[in-house]
Design a protein around this ligand. Sequence first.
Ligand SMILES: *Cc1c(COP(=O)(O)O)cnc(C)c1O
Length: 384
Amino acid sequence: MTQSFSASPAPDITPLPLSQPMPHAGVLAIDPYVPGKSSAPGAAKIHKLSSNETPFGPSPAAQQAFIDSAKKLSLYPDGTATALRSAIAAHHGLDPARIVCGAGSDELLSLLATIYLAPGDEGIFTEHGFLVYKIAILAAGGTPVVVPEKNLTTDIDAILAAVTLRTKIVFIANPNNPTGTYLPFSEVKRLATSLPSHVLLVLDAAYGEYVTRNDYSAGLELAATHENVIMTRTFSKIYGLAALRLGWCYAPAAVADALNRVRGPFNTSGPAIAAGIAAIKDQTHVDRAIAHNEAWLGKLTEALTQIGFTVTPSVANFLLVHFLDAATAQEADAFLTGRGLILRSVASYGLPHCLRLSIGLDEANQLVIDSLREFANKGANPRD
Ligand SMILES: *Cc1c(COP(=O)(O)O)cnc(C)c1O
């Protein structure tokens, strides 16, 4: 005899005769995420500036922890990642019970969409927002609602104007990828306090460690004090552990509870947990990356502006460089690739006339300046 464990009785419908397994409509509406390029055929030396990875690599202590973890590969990891959550909690002054870890913050973003969106519910993100939000919303069977930005920056009033009775979740990256722009804490707070209390606000602070502005906050205090605000973080960017897939979030207790029900029981691996603990304890390594980034954000912005390019002011570890049009951006992309510089096309973000450039080591950054100067000089007018 079959037993049904569904939460409600199965609706009495006659199934359509399908000839093959069919994903639901939302899945078929997804444009698969295309990661940044990683090769430059023919170039003598490659500088990968396409995925916002840190040029410094992980902390040596994190590498050692990863190597040591090889001795324990036959054992399941601690499914509750208790030691990692304690290390994160100690570093940020948080309640470990409200931290949930994931296989990258991407996993947490997808889980949140799955948990809070039923078919027909709406999820909001912004015009040039991170594409994973749209994928997560569609995969959950939700309806993506895209709101305009102002000056390539998240517009709180546009978000609030888009909220309907069906809205269940709002995703914003602060700072945003691929624009590099950010919202001051006052604006994020205004959004948190103006949203209806049943709408979950997801603050994605993947680049939060890089921001040095004193009017910025990643959102920990909002997640600590609002029942409908959650902040996500990652070990993929400044901590240099992208390959290990490790992220975490600080959530209201009820949201953490829901995540813990739905996530895989062993969603973060043993090596990732071990490396993450060592990484978060090495603040010297992080400080060095922040200082390098801060210096080069300024230098690159100034040098490229002087050559004649428009560069969107960024507080993250990457810059959005504008070209005359999409064709010129593509030409520049090919020109730079020929010199071993791999940048990120952002046409899929509605910015076909731009390229995104991650801050690299001195040599790569200087090569970017020299190459773009050469490109501008050989062409007509690089300005947009
Ligand atoms: C890189 C990035 C992430 C991090 O993704 P992981 O899955 O943790 O590697 C999240 N959000 C944004 C906006 C990003 O650019």
